[in-house]
Write a protein that binds this ligand. Structure first.
Ligand code: HDD
Length: 710
């Protein structure tokens, strides 16, 4: 049964075939008596069994031994990369049959099929307990539980990778991970070994440009793109192939944090992205992505001006448009982090009929690595039986035994071909998986293809595609990262590489780190760019789920705040009232308002916008509260929308906001600072509209102070 709601009475209301299947593995809430693993009720668990009140502990205390032994074995190896992550369940539905001419994969072509999915987002470099908001690539791995078996699309939020051949993956990861002698720094690329590697491997440069860009600092997992990265192959019912690149596009738009914020959030809420995903789903604000594909005929392979097998290259959307093909919604949080998000096992070789690989040497290496890593991480060959990993289709193999065998296979035969078992499980010559018949020939040799040699034109295209603000951020990021590099010769080598991308880029970075800029402009820039790569050039999105902090104290204009809340909630935003202490605030002209949180427990970096409402005594309190003043100062510095009305404008003045402020009820909106002297029922709706517009634009980079940090 796929996607049919289950009858009530289950421990949890299930919604699809995967949820239905998981139900059999879910335990009820821990409400009954405590037992041992053997189900024996436990009478006493706080003192071990000892010989005499102050005597030694006895070996026969089986409850003590079982409790300690299990605890001692609770940890499994964390993922060697992508150790820190967060996941959720949902579903994918294709829009229609538009991909039918290209692929036999039913989940992509049958609009009547809603396929359950599990998605895990991750950072790459940090350990399991590291902060979410580090400068890093984000993993975007999707397991589709299709009717033809599990398909895994194990992608990232960058469309390109750092190396061309997977044999270099251990070198790359050893260079970027904490240095082996000190195990420092944690979850950072800003150290000597990473840049030592980069400075000698020009193939890394394109991905490094993405890493230094705002893409490496996503505001939310819900607001980032995903990419399959490699060129894959669709295969139709007749075995004909078409090259394909996969894209996920979030409906909430693509938005980033700024670096200064990221560093603050890493201390104030290291779970920032994880919490954001969890809370949005709990609140019913289900994140959505559109799946898009770029299709290239096999005969057109060589019309693309670079090698499709090179994972350090992207196909500009202007050259091959992205065809939207379906929608994914994440609507269910896991019940248990370890059982589901930690034990989920992705593998690039989990394919269904209709999708195949190409000879991309990075992908070929991955096809070895993922299965291999799951064996050590999940302790044996039966990890596909773990609830989160099980397909919703029936599994019938001749594989037997091994650690953690959970099923009870019956019958005498576990081999093929057999007659004793009636020849079962039988082969599926028609519907089974057939590898694409790719023609290959050539000598056996260790060599990098000539067509992989150009390492500079796409980093340059990326740089050329950025807006001025995005370029500023990239320059500052290089300045920060290389500023942490102690070895001068590494800095010099990196600058020499940057000089081959753009002389101006190298010169600007050199001046930030006090190094001599490369002397000559060595390149001829063809000016190639792909405007689709710029985040800031994309159309503004809506404001759904954006978080607005309302700063208030006793004496606040309750009517004004309530009108603001109602309007912004109607538009999908989330508001929270922050006050010097939690509790109920008295309104200046009657009424009261609940304060959701104390200002000191939060910070403007945890919100998208801040509003200071009217209320002379409320504002007087806030102007003497350092945390409240800093709140507005930081929001201003980080180019976030700020609104104030009535006496609320005073807090903006004290915080040093330099934009023109209103001196009449008419709304003044300059560079994302929206003000009016009106209050309560007189508040003009233009104030809400201007705030909405500023939120949809995300940041105002043109602030008068010009001091926003990158
Ligand atoms: Fe990888 C995990 C994505 C190249 C070897 N990778 C992993 C995850 C993601 C990616 C999203 C986390 C999956 C999860 O949430 O459990 N990896 C990529 C992308 C790559 C890439 C988009 C390039 C296009 N990876 C890559 C190479 C190798 C690996 C070249 C090795 C040759 N990756 C692994 C791994 C991991 C992994 C060691 C660690 C944990 C795991 O697999 O399950 O096998």
């Amino acid at each position: 049964m796929v996607n049919m709601p289950l009858p009530g009475g289950d421990p949890k209301h299930t919604t699809d075939a995967k949820d239905d299947q998981l139900d059999s593995a879910r335990e009820g809430e821990n409400t009954g008596q405590l037992t041992t693993q053997q189900g024996v009720p436990v009478a006493h668990t706080d003192d071990s069994l000892s010989a005499g009140e102050r005597g030694p502990t006895l070996l026969e205390d089986f409850h003590f031994r079982e409790k300690l032994t299990h605890f001692d074995h609770e940890r499994i190896p964390e993922r060697v990369v992508h150790a820190r992550g967060a996941g959720a369940y949902g579903h994918f539905t294709p829009y229609d049959g538009r991909l039918s001419p290209y692929t036999a994969a039913e989940f992509l072509t049958d609009p009547n099929q809603q396929t359950p999915v599990f998605v895990r987002f991750s950072t790459v470099v940090g350990s399991r307990g590291s902060a979410d908001t580090v400068r890093d690539v984000r993993g975007f791995a999707t397991k589709f539980y299709t009717r033809q078996g599990n398909y895994d699309l194990v992608g990232n939020n960058f469309p390109v990778f750092f190396i061309q051949d997977g044999i270099k993956f251990p070198d790359l990861i050893h260079a970027v991970k904490p240095e082996p002698d000190t195990e420092m720094p944690q979850a950072q690329s800003a150290h000597d070994t990473f840049w030592d590697f980069v400075s000698q491997q020009s193939e890394t440069l394109h991905a490094v440009m993405w890493l230094m860009s705002d893409r490496a600092l996503p505001r939310s997992y819900r607001m980032m793109q995903g990419f399959g990265v490699h060129t894959f192959r669709f295969v139709d019912d007749d075995g004909r192939g078409t090259f394909v690149k996969f894209h996920w596009r979030p409906t909430l738009g693509v938005h980033s944090l700024v670096w200064d914020e990221c560093q603050q959030i890493a201390g104030r809420d290291p779970d920032f992205n994880r919490r954001d995903l969890w809370e949005a789903i709990e609140a019913g604000q289900f994140p959505e992505w559109e799946l898009g594909v770029q299709l290239i005929r096999e005969s057109g392979e060589h019309s693309i001006p670079f090698d499709l097998l090179d994972a350090t290259k992207l196909i500009p959307e202007e050259l091959v448009p992205v065809l939207p093909v379906g929608r994914m919604v994440l609507n269910r949080n896991p019940d248990n982090f370890f059982a589901e998000t930690e034990q989920v096992a992705f593998h690039t070789a989990n394919l269904v009929p209709g999708i195949d690989f190409t000879n991309d040497p990075l992908l070929q290496a991955r096809n070895f690595s993922y299965l291999d890593t799951q064996l050590i991480r999940l302790g044996g060959p039966n990890f596909a039986q773990l609830p989160v990993n099980r397909p919703v289709t029936e599994v019938r193999t001749n594989q037997r035994d091994g650690y953690g065998q959970h099923s009870v296979p019956r019958g005498r035969t576990a081999y093929s071909e057999n007659t004793l078992g009636g020849g079962c499980p039988a082969l599926a010559p028609e519907s089974g998986y057939h590898h694409h018949k790719d023609q290959v020939q050539g000598p056996k040799e260790r060599v990098r293809a000539e067509s992989f040699r150009d390492h500079y034109s796409q980093p340059r295209m990326f740089w050329n595609s950025m807006s001025g603000v995005e370029q500023d951020h990239i320059v500052s990021a290089f300045g920060f990262e290389l500023g942490k590099v102690r070895a001068t010769e590494i800095r010099t080598r990196v600058l020499a590489q940057l000089n081959l991308i753009c002389h101006r880029l190298a010169t600007r970075v050199a001046s930030l780190i006090g190094e001599t800029p490369p002397r000559h402009d060595l390149l001829i820039d063809d000016g190639a760019s792909s405007p689709a790569l710029s985040q800031l050039r994309q159309a503004p999105s809506g404001i759904a789920t954006r978080r607005i902090a309302i700063l208030a104290a006793d004496g606040v204009d309750v009517v004004g705040v309530q009108r603001l809340q109602e309007t912004m909630h109607d538009r999908g935003a989330v508001t929270e009232v922050l006050a010097p202490t939690e509790g109920t605030l008295d309104g200046g002209s009657g009424g009261s308002l609940a304060a959701d949180r104390a200002i000191v427990t939060m910070n403007s970096v945890l919100y998208d916008a801040v509003v200071v409402p009217c209320g002379p005594s409320s504002v007087a309190t806030l102007t003497h509260d350092c945390d409240a003043v800093q709140f507005v100062r930081d929001a201003y510095k980080h180019a976030k929308p700020i609104a104030a009305f009535g006496s609320g404008l005073d807090l903006l003045r004290v915080a040093g906001v330099e934009e023109p402020l209103a001196d009449r009820p008419d709304v003044v909106a300059e560079h994302g600072v929206v003000t009016s002297v009106a209050a309560g029922d007189d508040l003009p709706s233009a104030l809400f509209n201007e705030l909405t517009g500023a939120l949809a634009r995300h940041r105002s980079w043109d602030r008068a102070s010009g001091t926003h940090p990158s």
